[in-house]
Design a protein around this ligand. Structure first.
Ligand SMILES: Nc1nc2c(c(=O)[nH]1)N[C@H]1C(S)=C(S)[C@@H](COP(=O)(O)OP(=O)(O)OC[C@H]3O[C@@H](n4cnc5c(=O)[nH]c(N)nc54)[C@H](O)[C@@H]3O)O[C@H]1N2
Ligand SMILES: Nc1nc2c(c(=O)[nH]1)N[C@H]1C(S)=C(S)[C@@H](COP(=O)(O)OP(=O)(O)OC[C@H]3O[C@@H](n4cnc5c(=O)[nH]c(N)nc54)[C@H](O)[C@@H]3O)O[C@H]1N2
Ligand code: SF4
Ligand SMILES: [Mo]
Length: 767
C-alpha cells in the first residue's frame, strides 16, 4: 500500500489502526492492515435503547472523554464523547474493551488477606472492617517502632490520590515515586523544564503534529504507542503533507510512514543529534532572530558541538551520511513549523537520557519551533475550585525525620518526588533508614520496575505491604492485604481539566453500581482514615467534593451533565515570538543549562556511549502493543483475543544463521544468566541484527489471571543491569542483553554490524 493510499484510508478511521489485529506480520503490514477498517467509519451506534452516561476512560492515562451505554443495568458499549474536541466519538481498542474489565472474572472481588508466602497467591477472604483494621494496626506499629518515614506509598493513576492523604497525615513524605515519572518521562521532563521552562509531556503532550510541515520521531513509536488524539494529530500532520523522519532500530509502525527512515544503532541517538545540531549551526540553518533574541548560550553550544561531524556520527550510529543530511535538511526546510517530538518514555540507558532529550529541545529552539503552529506549544490552564473536604491535613514531622528525597544523591530528583530507586534501596538495605511498610496503588510492582529479583528481596524485608487493586495480578499476590478497588466505570474520581489546543473540563462518573464487594478509592481512604482517627474526607460523598471543585469553574455536576458532560474553552497555545517569555530564570531558552553545570553535570549534552552488547548477545529493546496498556490489559477478554502473547522480533539473517524458524518457541537468557518464560520468535528484516524487540507487559506470574498467566514473556525479568540517570536517578531499561536457548542448546547471536572502537563493550560473565 502506498503512503497516499494509506493516508486517504486512515482519515476516516485513524483509530481503527489501534483496533486492527497485529497478527504477527513482520513490519507493520499487520498493524496498519485496515482494509476492513475503511468500512468501519467513525461511528456512533446511537442509543441502542440504552441509558447514556458521560465519563472518562481509564484504560490508559490519556483519559479520553467517553459515553457509556447501559442497558438493563449492564454496560453494553463505550464510545467517545461527541462533545470532546480531542477524540470525538472515537475510542481505541482498549477504551472499547473497558466493558470487559468490569466483567472480568479475575477481578479482586472482596478484601483479601495473604495466607501463603508472599508471591504465592494464597488468600483468605476478609471483611472490609478487618482489612482496614489490619492496615491501621500495622501502620501504627511501624510508625511507633521506626518513625513515620518508615511508611511509604508507591502509586500511579487516578485512583491513587485519596490514599496519599493518609500517608501525609501519618507524617511521612515518602510517597509518589510514580512509575510514570521515574520509569518513564523523568529525563525528558527535566530536560525540557531546564531548556524551555516547562514540561512538554504532561498527562498529554504539547507538540502540535497536526499543523507541522515536518516531524522528527526519535523512537516514539506512534501507532503502536496509541493515545487517540495523539495518533489522530500524527495522521492529520501526515495528511496535511508533513514530512516524516523516523529514527528507530526497528521498523516501527511510524517508520512505515516515514519519508526518511534511519535504522540507528541503539544507544547512539545523542551522537546523531549533536551532529545535526552542529550541521544546523555550521550551515546557518537556524532561526537567527529567535536564537539572537530568545536563546541564552548559543556561543557555548556552537563551540561544544563543533567537533561532532556527520562522518563521525555516521560511523557511531551505523547510518548513511546522505540519509542523515537529507533528514536534517528536510526538517530545517519546515522551520519554524517543525515538530521535534519530545518523546515520552525516556528511561533507556540511564547515563545520557537527560542529555538526549535536552538535544531535542535544543534543536527545537534552533528552529524557532517554540510556541508556533507545528512546534511545541503552551498549555492553557482551566480554572477550577479546590474542595477542602477530601484531603486530611498533612502532619508536620520533626526536623530529625528526613524524607528519602532529601537524602538523595541525584541532584534533580527531589523536584519531582522520591526516586523509585532511592525508595527501593532503602527497603533493600535499610539506608538511609529502614522503610518497613509499603502501600501500592495502581502499579504492577513486579513488571514496572526493572530487576524484579531485587524488588522481591525488598518486599520480603518489609514488615507489611498492602495494595489497592482491581485485578488479582502480580501486585496482589505480593501483598499482605488486598483492598479491591472499583473499576473506573463504577466510580467518580477527580475533575479532568485538559489544557491542550482546545481546553476542556469533564468529570468521571459511574455508569453502573460497583459489582462485588468493592469500594471506591474515596470510600477506601475514608474507611481507613476512620480506623486511624485521621480527620478529613469530610464530604458526604464524591458528588459533594466534585460540586465544590466545579464551583470554581462556575459549574455543578448537574449543570455539566446538562451540557453533555463536557465544556470547552478557548486555548492560547501559540505566542508571538517577539513577546515570548519562558518559564526559565532568564525567560529565554537555555541552550546551556547552568543549573546542570552547578551540579558538575554536562550543561550541554555530550555523547558518552552506553556499552555495546557483549559478544554472543543482542540488546533487548521493547515498546508498546497497540491493543494493550502496559501489563494491565492482558487478561481482558477482547484484548487478549486480539493479542494473547508477545513475540520476540529477531532479524531474519540472524535467524537463518541460527536455524530459527518464524513462530518457533525459545527461551531468552540474559547477560547474568537469568532465563525468561518461553516466547515465540517473529523472524523479520524489520529489526537490526544487534537487537531483539518485544512488547512489554506479557508473561504474568499470577495464576489468578486465567487468561494472562504465563502467556508470552516479561521484558523486566531480563533486566538485571540497571543504570541510574545521574540527574534524577531514573532507572535504565535498555542496558540488558540476551541470547537464545532453543531446546537444550545455547545459541550465541552472531555479530553482523561491526561495533566502532569508540563504543565500549559490556562485560558479561557469560560471554
Ligand atoms: N497502546 C499503548 N500505547 C501507549 C502505552 C501503552 O501501554 N499502550 N503507554 C504510553 C506510555 S506511558 C508511554 S511512556 C509511551 C511509550 O511510547 P514511546 O514514548 O513511543 O516509547 P519509546 O521508547 O520512545 O519508543 C519505543 C520505540 O523505541 C525504539 N528504540 C529502542 N531503543 C532505541 C534507541 O536506542 N534509539 C531509538 N531511536 N529507538 C529505540 C523501539 O524499537 C520502539 O520502536 O506509550 C504510551 N502509549
Ligand atoms: N520492563 C518495563 N518496565 C516499564 C516499562 C516498559 O516498557 N518495560 N514502561 C514504563 C512506563 S513508560 C510506565 S508509564 C510504567 C507504567 O507502570 P504501571 O502503571 O505500574 O503499569 P501497569 O502494568 O499497567 O500496572 C498498573 C497496575 O494498576 C492496576 N490498576 C489499573 N487501574 C487501576 C485502578 O483504577 N485502580 C487500582 N487500584 N488499580 C488499578 C492494574 O491492574 C495493574 O496491576 O511502567 C514503566 N516500566
Ligand atoms: S487512548 Fe484509548 S485507552 Fe487511552 S484513554 Fe483514550 S480510549 Fe482510553
Ligand atoms: Mo510511560
Amino acid at each position: 500500500m502506498n503512503r497516499r493510499h494509506f493516508l486517504k484510508m486512515s482519515s476516516a478511521t485513524a483509530m481503527a489502526v489501534a483496533a486492527s489485529t497485529m497478527d504477527g506480520l513482520p513490519g507493520q503490514a499487520g498493524l496498519f492492515r485496515s482494509a476492513q477498517a475503511q468500512e468501519i467509519k467513525s461511528f456512533s451506534t446511537g442509543s441502542l435503547g440504552a441509558t447514556e452516561v458521560t465519563s472518562v476512560c481509564e484504560m490508559c492515562f490519556w483519559r479520553c472523554p467517553i459515553v457509556v451505554k447501559v442497558k438493563e443495568g449492564k454496560i453494553i458499549k463505550i464510545e467517545g464523547n461527541p462533545k470532546s474536541p480531542v477524540n470525538g466519538t472515537r475510542v481505541c481498542a482498549r477504551g472499547n474493551s473497558g466493558v470487559q474489565l468490569v466483567y472480568d472474572p479475575d477481578r479482586v472481588k472482596t478484601p483479601l488477606k495473604r495466607v501463603g508466602a508472599r508471591g504465592e497467591g494464597k488468600w483468605a477472604k476478609i471483611s472490609w472492617d478487618e482489612a482496614f483494621g489490619e492496615i491501621a494496626h500495622n501502620m501504627e506499629k511501624v510508625k511507633k517502632k521506626y518513625g513515620p518515614h518508615a511508611l511509604a506509598y508507591f502509586d500511579h493513576g487516578a485512583s491513587a490520590e485519596f490514599m496519599r492523604g493518609i500517608f501525609k497525615a501519618m507524617g511521612t513524605e515518602n510517597y509518589t515515586s510514580e512509575p510514570a515519572f521515574f520509569q518513564c518521562v523523568g529525563p525528558a521532563a527535566l530536560a525540557y523544564l531546564q531548556t524551555v521552562g516547562y514540561v512538554t509531556t504532561g498527562t498529554r503532550q504539547y507538540n502540535d503534529m497536526a499543523n507541522s510541515k515536518a516531524m522528527l520521531l526519535v523512537a516514539s513509536h506512534i501507532g503502536e504507542n496509541v493515545h487517540v488524539s495523539h495518533v489522530r494529530e500524527f495522521i492529520d500532520g501526515l495528511q496535511n503533507g508533513s514530512k516524516l523522519v523516523v529514527v528507530d532500530p526497528r521498523y516501527s509502525a511510524a517508520a512505515n510512514k516515514a519519508d526518511i527512515y534511519l535504522p540507528i544503532r541503539p544507544g547512539t541517538d545523542t551522537a546523531l543529534m549533536l551532529a545535526w545540531i552542529n550541521y544546523v549551526i555550521q550551515n546557518k540553518l537556524y532561526d537567527k532572530e529567535f536564537v539572537a533574541n530568545k536563546c541564552d548560550g548559543f556561543d557555548a553550544l556552537k563551540k561544544e558541538v563543533n567537533g561532532y561531524s556527520m562522518e563521525w556520527a555516521a560511523k557511531i550510529c551505523d547510518l548513511k551520511i546522505e540519509d542523515m543530511k537529507a533528514a536534517i535538511k528536510e526538517l530545517a526546510k519546515a522551520a519554524p513549523n517543525v515538530n521535534i517530538h519530545p518523546g515520552r518514555h525516556a528511561t533507556w540507558y540511564g547515563k545520557g537520557d537527560t542529555g538526549r532529550h535536552q538535544a531535542y529541545a535544543i534543536l527545537t529552539a534552533l528552529f524557532g519551533a517554540v510556541g508556533v503552529p507545528g512546534g511545541i506549544y503552551f498549555p492553557t490552564s482551566v480554572k477550577t475550585g479546590k474542595a477542602e473536604c477530601p484531603e486530611p491535613e498533612k502532619t508536620e514531622v520533626a526536623e530529625t525525620d528526613i524524607s528519602i528525597k532529601d537524602e538523595t544523591e541525584y541532584p534533580f530528583s527531589s523536584m519531582f518526588g522520591t526516586a523509585t530507586r532511592d525508595l527501593f534501596h532503602a527497603m533493600l538495605t535499610g539506608k538511609p533508614y529502614p522503610v518497613k511498610l509499603l502501600g501500592v496503588n495502581g502499579v504492577n510492582i513486579m513488571q514496572t520496575l526493572p530487576n524484579p529479583y531485587d524488588t522481591m528481596k525488598a518486599i520480603n524485608n518489609l514488615d507489611f505491604i498492602f495494595c489497592e487493586e482491581m485485578m488479582a495480578g502480580e501486585t496482589a499476590i505480593w501483598s499482605d492485604i488486598v483492598l479491591p478497588d472499583s473499576v473506573y466505570l463504577e466510580r467518580y474520581d477527580g475533575l479532568y481539566a485538559y489544557d491542550g489546543l482546545t481546553p476542556y473540563l469533564t468529570v468521571r462518573q459511574p455508569a453502573i453500581k460497583p459489582l462485588h464487594n468493592v469500594k471506591s478509592p474515596y470510600d477506601i481512604a475514608k474507611g481507613l482514615a476512620k480506623k486511624l482517627d485521621i480527620e478529613g474526607y469530610s464530604c458526604k460523598n464524591e458528588q459533594e467534593f466534585l460540586n465544590e471543585e466545579l464551583k470554581g469553574a462556575g459549574l455543578s455536576l448537574d449543570a455539566l451533565n446538562k451540557q453533555g458532560g463536557l465544556v470547552t474553552y478557548k486555548g492560547n497555545p501559540y505566542r508571538d515570538p517577539k513577546s515570548l517569555k519562558l518559564g526559565t530564570e532568564s525567560g529565554k531558552v537555555q541552550l546551556y543549562v547552568e543549573a546542570f553545570d552547578d551540579e558538575d553535570l554536562d550543561a550541554i549534552p555530550k555523547f558518552d556511549p552506553t556499552p555495546a552488547p557483549p559478544k554472543g548477545f543482542a540488546r533487548l529493546i521493547y515498546g508498546r502493543a497497540p491493543m494493550h496498556t502496559f501489563s494491565r490489559t492482558m487478561n481482558n477478554l477482547w484484548l487478549n483475543n486480539e493479542m494473547p502473547e508477545n513475540k520476540l522480533w529477531l532479524n531474519d539473517k540472524i535467524a537463518a544463521r541460527l536455524n530459527i524458524m518464524d513462530g518457533e518457541e525459545i527461551i531468552m537468557e540474559n547477560q547474568d544468566g537469568k532465563r525468561s518464560n518461553p516466547i515465540k520468535v517473529l523472524v523479520t528484516p524489520g529489526i537490526r541484527p544487534d537487537s531483539v524487540f518485544m512488547y512489554h507487559g506479557f508473561g504474568s506470574k499470577s495464576k489468578h489471571l486465567s487468561r494472562a498467566y504465563g502467556r508470552g514473556a516479561a521484558d523486566g525479568y531480563m533486566m538485571t543491569n540497571v543504570v541510574a540517570d545521574p540527574f534524577i536517578g531514573a532507572d535504565s531499561k535498555r542496558t540488558n542483553f540476551v541470547r537464545i536457548i532453543k531446546g537444550d542448546k545455547t545459541l550465541n547471536i552472531p555479530e553482523l554490524a561491526k561495533v566502532p572502537s569508540e563504543i565500549p563493550r559490556f562485560k558479561s560473565k557469560l560471554a
